[in-house]
Design a protein around this ligand. Structure first.
Ligand SMILES: NC(=O)c1ccc[n+]([C@@H]2O[C@H](COP(=O)([O-])OP(=O)(O)OC[C@H]3O[C@@H](n4cnc5c(N)ncnc54)[C@H](OP(=O)(O)O)[C@@H]3O)[C@@H](O)[C@H]2O)c1
Length: 334
């Protein structure tokens, strides 16, 4: 097979802003497969806030992306050539495929073979992908909501946030979302069925607003933002509240800003706060996927997507996501 690959590779690290020109487009010829490998024609790649950390020099839970390598990302695609008896031509897979048209991978790079179903392929990167799995793990395994609990979610209209809000409704909770615009608020109320939504650009005092909307206090808080939104919501937590720290997109990674000390809040409220890293749940990926799929097929989970076209649009889509102008799961159709 004589195929030309197009890859988006990292050229420079952010200093500290993530800009389109940190990346370069290169082309080369797809090499021959080695034993155990297979070749995936990539259909969609994922754009994620975590990429800001992956391309920086400051170490976190994974190695920084190397220069001149395809940008690390999840993707979905179809196997078109194989030297692995467990992965056949025609199988669809989801896993670490990178920002490129063709990806040579080994089984360890693949999260799951996508079962044959009539679900749109791209949903396997959204509500049925890492974002849905993250929402499920954080809400159900860490927050453990009870019927009637009040659940607050930041980035409520986004991919993880909208899944959290919808799963909380499946568990009969009262849901309050925080987002940045009236357009996103509309989606939160109408597509993701939040009970209340606060547009933080319109209502500056989130803490007072929460006291009006939820005088009974907040039992579960799923935070994707950090910073001032986090501080305001923490002022309203209930006794025995459960707080999951899933993301810090609203905070610079370095240097970490100072904020209120929450020790006394946690003490007085006997509350629990826990960080979430989805990699810790990869051994439960298929199990959680099947539960999400069931809800999706029953119409209980809506999957909103914001798709750009052509692999060369990936850097622009990342900048857009980090500016908060995406409306739904940010994807690139390759
Ligand atoms: N812990 C894990 O394993 C894990 C896994 C996946 C995702 N996450 C985290 O989950 C969060 C959401 O990810 P996603 O993929 O679903 O993205 P998303 O919510 O679809 O998109 C990102 C959203 O973040 C908000 N945002 C962007 N810049 C911001 C800023 N400076 N201040 C406040 N908000 C800002 C915007 O929402 P608004 O317009 O509503 O403000 C934007 O739409 C991220 O923090 C991500 O890192 C964590």
């Amino acid at each position: 097979m004589n195929l030309t690959n197009t890859k988006i590779v990292l050229k420079r690290r952010p200093n500290p802003e993530v800009l389109e020109d940190l990346f370069d487009k290169i082309t080369d010829t797809v090499r021959e497969l080695n034993e155990e490998e297979f070749l995936v024609e990539v259909s969609y790649v994922s754009i994620d806030p975590a990429m800001r950390g992956w391309i920086s020099t400051v170490g976190n839970y994974s190695e920084p992306v190397a220069f001149n390598e395809p940008m690390r990302s999840f993707g979905v695609g179809k196997i078109i050539s194989t030297k692995n008896i467990k992965f056949e031509v025609g199988d669809f897979v989801v896993g670490w495929l990178g920002w490129q048209k063709y990806s040579i991978v080994k089984p360890k790079n693949i999260q799951m073979k996508i079962p044959e179903n009539d679900v749109p392929l791209s949903a396997n990167l959204g509500v049925l992908g890492l974002n849905g799995i993250t929402a499920h793990a954080g809400l159900l395994d860490i927050c453990k909501p009870n019927k009637g609990d009040t659940v607050v979610v930041t980035t409520a209209a986004g991919s993880v946030g909208s899944a959290v809000g919808q799963i909380a409704k499946i568990f009969d909770c009262k849901t309050i979302g925080i987002t940045s615009s009236n357009e996103k608020k509309f989606f939160c109320l109408n597509e993701f069925k939040y009970d209340h939504v606060i547009n933080y650009n319109e209502i500056k005092d989130i803490s007072s607003e929460l006291k009006k909307i939820a005088p009974q206090g907040i039992d579960c808080f799923f935070d994707n933002v950090g910073g001032e939104q986090f501080d305001a919501i923490m002022e309203n937590i209930n006794i025995n509240a459960r707080v999951v720290v899933c993301g810090t997109i609203g905070m610079p990674s370095h240097p970490i800003p100072n904020g209120p000390r929450i020790n006394r809040t946690l003490l007085v409220k006997r509350a629990r706060i826990q960080g979430l890293l989805i990699l810790d749940y990869f051994n439960k990926y298929s199990e959680i996927y099947n539960e999400l799929l069931d809800w999706y097929k029953k119409g209980k989970l809506n999957n909103k997507e914001d798709i750009s076209h052509g692999i060369e649009t990936a850097p622009k889509s990342l900048v857009k996501l980090l500016n908060g102008s995406n409306l739904g799961k940010q994807l690139v159709k390759v």
